[in-house]
Design a protein around this ligand. Structure first.
Ligand code: GDP
Ligand code: MG
Length: 177
């Protein structure tokens, strides 16, 4: 920290991917602003949100990128993934199709991002217990096959949101130090 305008030790670009409607924008909103938006239809122009965390006495600024709804047209560009050091792939535990799509999103990340990228899968909407379509174990198994992190979370009630982002940020930190 030698420049007056830099208030962090490390800046991590982390991208969100996954089908439309799974709650990517709300996970970002919860993690960075502790807010939730019931009506969010399409992302309202935010490119990314940031939050700083302290790990081992260092300040890590996580810059989390959100799609602007391009995922609906499968048209996320490689610029989105450029210089990303982490990727969070999200599905909705009440939506089987969004879970089945995770392998395609993993493929896309692997094709477009750096090889060392740290990946984490989030099964979102864990508050919707009665509508669950994907067992927790299925998410765990998929993550195990691809050797990536996994957590179920809820952007709505906030459970596990900080834990999931903190986990990927700590993993990235361990990789680079
Ligand atoms: P995105 O298209 O992946 O960015 O998804 P959004 O964040 O726009 O969310 C899509 C819809 O799901 C919105 O109506 C949200 O309010 C809702 N949603 C997002 N996260 C959760 C959650 O954890 N629980 C519940 N019940 N609804 C959620
Ligand atoms: Mg969105």
């Amino acid at each position: 920290m030698n420049k007056g305008d830099v208030d962090y030790d490390y800046l991590f670009k982390i991208v969100l991917s996954g089908e439309s409607g799974v709650g990517k924008s709300n996970l970002l909103l919860r993690f960075t602003k502790n807010k939730f938006n019931i009506e969010s239809k399409t992302t309202i122009g935010v490119e990314f949100g940031t939050r700083s965390l302290q790990i081992c006495g260092k300040i890590i600024k996580a810059q989390i990128w959100d799609t602007a709804g391009q995922e609906r047209y499968r048209a996320i560009t490689c610029a989105y993934y450029r210089r990303a050091i982490g990727a969070v792939l999200v599905y909705d535990i009440t939506n089987k199709q969004s879970f089945e799509a995770i392998e395609r999103w993993l493929q896309e990340v692997k094709e477009n991002a750096d090889r060392e990228i740290v990946i984490m899968i989030i099964g979102n909407k864990s508050d919707l217990k009665d509508l669950r379509a994907i067992r927790t174990e299925s998410g765990q198994e998929l993550a195990k096959i691809y050797k990536v992190g996994f957590m179920e979370a809820s952007a709505q009630d906030g459970s596990n949101v900080d834990q999931a982002f903190t986990q990927i940020i700590e993993k990235i930190y361990q990789n680079i130090t």
